[in-house]
Design a protein around this ligand. Structure first.
Ligand SMILES: [Zn+2]
Length: 397
């Protein structure tokens, strides 16, 4: 089976994650994609389930994972193929986002690289396993998850089904032995990646008319001192925390600042948003305390650390290496190249790994093209990824 026709189908089905914004427009949410995927698996004649993750409300439709399963009776190994259904928004794109144009060995469109190319490759491998039934194949569970680009609620729901008596009858009652997460890795085998903790810090002051600032306390001046301290903290991180061999150093970045009402008012409040990238073996919860302690030692005023809205662990390369070596064999057999690497971006793999399943990230396309204004993917890489997914699962049992 050729993965390019389904890739074109998927690009033509908008599945934009609003990512917390107020939305209008028909391109949002995964519904069309979910319908397509259900039809795809039903035509293959395998067990398939639509699992609602977000109930429909007045502010949005229901959103679902699609889970299909292919059993090879007698096989002791179950592999999870996971790829997300959603994409980032299309603002500022310079190409038609939902028109899958093929040109010069590439296919263009929103999601082509992240991650409809990887999803199409997995669908193609899964369908081929159904058709050919290799005797030494693993059992394969395919999860097409919703909401990866925002809250990752889809993968959390999938993990909650493992060993959960309340979810009896699910196609994923037990955890798999190995999880392959499709994301753009340029056909290298990602065995480690960073995680992230994101939160806000707020300073408060006292507002007054700016004609006599001495009557107030300027929250922006206070925040300026906080930001200066954070710059110093960030510069020290590579020496304070030994870098990970594949992922590099822990980092901290201040990404947004907001404060003040008008130019003629001394501001009484200022807020920043912090992105702290954690490396394997760092505790994504403990990193906020490190920052709080550092600031308290240097500042003579109070500040507030607001609860994090993201706390995602890194992917450690502690238990996944034997599986990665097997995947790498398949990769090299198909492409003649490939390495085990670490990357900076986060994926579902840290979630499945934290739930006890050895997890690897692999797929066609480069992260450099993900989320871009002219997103594209090389068709040859999609075809090669489909072959790799097939070979890996066909010989695992
Ligand atoms: Zn992705």
């Amino acid at each position: 089976m050729d993965p390019i026709p389904p890739l074109k189908d998927l690009i033509a089905l908008p599945s934009v994650n609003p990512m917390g914004r107020v939305i209008s427009g028909s391109e949002f949410f995964e519904g069309r994609m979910t319908e397509y995927l259900l039809g795809f698996f039903q035509r293959l004649g395998v067990p398939v389930q639509q699992v609602d993750v977000f109930p429909g409300t007045s502010s949005g439709p229901s959103r679902a994972n699609v889970i299909a399963r292919l059993d090879n009776p007698g096989s002791p190994v179950t592999v999870l193929f996971d790829a997300h259904q959603d994409t980032v928004p299309v603002d500022g794109m310079t190409i038609a986002p939902f028109d899958p144009v093929e040109r010069d060995g590439r296919i263009y469109g929103r999601g082509s690289c992240d991650v409809k190319g990887g999803l199409a490759a997995m669908l193609c491998a899964f369908a081929r396993l159904v058709e050919t039934r290799p005797p030494r194949a693993a059992n394969v569970v395919m999860s097409c998850t919703c909401d990866e680009e925002s809250g990752a609620r889809g993968i959390h729901d999938l993990i909650k089904q493992w060993g959960n008596p309340a979810r009896k009858g699910s196609l994923v009652e037990r955890p798999p032995d190995i999880a392959l997460i499709a994301e753009p890795t340029e056909l290298d085998v990602v065995v480690a990646h960073k995680g992230a903790t994101r939160w806000k810090i707020r300073t408060r002051g006292r507002a007054c008319h700016s004609s006599d600032p001495s009557q107030g306390v300027n929250a922006i001046y206070r925040m300026a001192r906080v930001v200066e301290c954070l710059e110093e903290f960030a510069a020290r991180l590579p020496t304070q925390i030994p870098p990970h061999a594949l992922c590099g150093s822990a980092t901290l970045s201040v990404g947004r600042i907001e404060g003040g009402l008008s130019v003629n008012t001394v501001p009484d409040e200022c807020t920043i948003e912090i992105d702290r990238r954690v490396i394997p073996r760092e505790d994504p919860s403990g990193v906020m305390d490190q920052v709080g302690d550092f600031l308290r030692k240097r500042l003579d005023f109070e500040f507030e650390m607001l609860p994090p809205w993201l706390r995602a662990a890194a992917l450690p390369d502690d238990v996944n290496l034997p599986w990665a070596d097997r995947l790498l064999e398949s990769v090299r057999a198909v492409t003649g190249r490939g390495e085990k690497i670490g990357v900076q971006f986060g994926t579902h793999a840290s979630r499945t790994a934290a739930a006890g399943v050895p997890s690897i990230v692999f797929g066609p396309g480069s992260i450099a093209q993900a989320h871009t204004k002219d997103e594209w993917i090389e068709t040859q890489q999609v075809e090669q990824a489909a072959e790799v997914f097939y070979r890996f699962a066909a010989e695992l049992g």
